[in-house]
Ligand binder design. Sequence first.
Ligand code: HEC
Length: 115
Amino acid sequence: MSPQIIKLFALLLLSHLLTISHVAASEKPLSNERKAQLNHIVKQDCGSCHGMTLKGGLGPALLTENLKGKTVAFLQHTILYGRAGTAMPPWKSLLTEQEALWISQQLKAGTVVDH
Ligand code: HEC
């Protein structure tokens, strides 16, 4: 084998390994610690507009019954990108897609605020 070919194989192997570790990292489940932080963010930061108990304020209520007709993907998108022309800000610089998805699932399930 020529040295060029060997170099090419080495590069391919390297990029393959990088891809695998990247995928593995993004698929890692959220730690309980991060989930607790996210719950805190939802109550404090989101709560400043949506109400500490998410019953609404400047922003609409985010309780299970309010989100019935809305999909998790729709809520996730709203959280990441905000809503243009409204007070709802984008959170993509603070939350990953996975975290916004998790929050949306918790909101739909009504498990963010302990009653
Ligand atoms: C500065 C105020 C403000 C903050 C902070 C805020 N929101 Fe909002 N949010 C709004 C407003 C206002 C709307 C309604 C937008 C509209 O009129 O469509 C909204 C809409 C939403 C919706 C869509 C609800 C629906 O019924 O379609 C979701 C989900 C949501 N916010 C989640 C969050 C989460 C999660 C956070 C924290 C990470 C957050 N918001 C922080 C003001 C805020």
